[in-house]
Design a protein around this ligand. Sequence first.
Ligand SMILES: *Cc1c(COP(=O)(O)O)cnc(C)c1O
Length: 482
Amino acid sequence: MPLHKNVQDAGPEADLDINPVYVREVQLRVPRNSIPRHGMLPDTALQAVRDELILDGNARLNLATFVTTWMEPQARQLMAECFDKNMIDKDEYPQTAELERRCVNILADLWHAPAAGAGLGDQEAAVGCSTTGSSEACMLGGMALLWRWRARRTAGGAAGVGADQPNLVMGANVQVCWEKFCRYWQVEPRLVPMVPGRLHLTGPEAAARCDENTIGVVAIMGSTMDGSYEPVLQISEALDALQAAGGPDIPIHVDGASGGFVAPFLHPDLDWDFRVRRVASINASGHKYGLVYPGVGWVVWRDVAALPEDLVFRVNYLGGDMPTFALNFSRPGGNVAAQYYNFLRLGFEGYRGVQQACQDVARYLSGEIAAMGPFELLTDGSELPVFAFKLAEPSSSAVRYTVFDVSERLRQRGWLVPAYTFPQDMQDTAVLRIVVRNGFSRDMARLLLADLRAQVHLLAAQPHPPAPLIPGSIKDRQGFAH
Ligand SMILES: *Cc1c(COP(=O)(O)O)cnc(C)c1O
């Protein structure tokens, strides 16, 4: 949510209601917007905060978010044991740092980075780190591209380098973090619009927008809008052709926020990762299909050459040489421990099984929804276990409701299925999207389908169109931009 204003409530709203059962003095007054003068007993505080949080949605019914909403008790316990560990304190918690290092190696291996020992020295092998999520990871990946572009321009002796405006080429379907990156670093975003039938970036569209000031191309695995994978290999080949024709040599960053933990297990033969030579860096969210609770992301560079040295800060806490690259300083260590736990606990086959189960449920759901009648699928969940669908004939007089009405109706039953409009140039296409995560079983899918059928039936039977909801921009809709 946005920034919070300092609004002081007046009247009866000014104080927090504490249930009299929890307190001895019934008249205990607790101001809502200023710190109370005196404290209260821990159990009273616990109950008061819990009572407020009851109003939050049920995370298991939230089909809007990509972020992990369930971990097993052992993982919770491990995270609780690590609450006091600060990721940055590498000298105090060298083992946590070691687990981070192993996770980076595991991901570099899953993403087919050329390994040390395979003709490469330690100095040339992949490098990476944990972050608070993909947003920070994308910021770091983007900065590396920007710094490398500057170095290229300076080395090439470009006249007036300082006056050139760098640009980044990507689909209009990118997650908001890339627009933030461009705004914060004053990079021109070159967004390739969506058109019906082309819902994400393609090779020719990307190459057509590149010039010598392009710091890189972002390819998404897969799109937040509809769960589809962007064709990384095709984009790379188009950039090869551009270079062969005398154009610039442009690196690719793969935003694998979700797909970085899906494609290695479900689409092992798809060339999207470091097997594609032009891919310089990849990010993923440990807290999405990496199956860890919120607070962890990853970014890996193909080799040290892809990560400019002057972005790396060296800290000698350990007496040795501890290079770090991050926007944050202090950060919880428990998420990294939980990521390593998941790798050990599940192994390759375990991850594959979890992602396969999600995909099976997603495809079952999309198949049933397609067969229902009023809807048309844009994707079917066969790439990410995520799919988007719209009303088959929104302009027909037979359909008097919108996807926003469907979303609203499902919400009455507790289901969070977001409805939103696509970005440029498809703002008039409104869709519903379902993200299937670990723990969303086929039984729950059946319940959702029954509710969806019932609500669609009721909506269709309405004599008058319901009052339209205002379809705001996708990024304004709370719950979407996960
Ligand atoms: C979720 C997402 C992000 C942002 O990731 P966080 O881990 O939530 O910061 C970036 N890119 C894509 C494609 C995403 O799906």
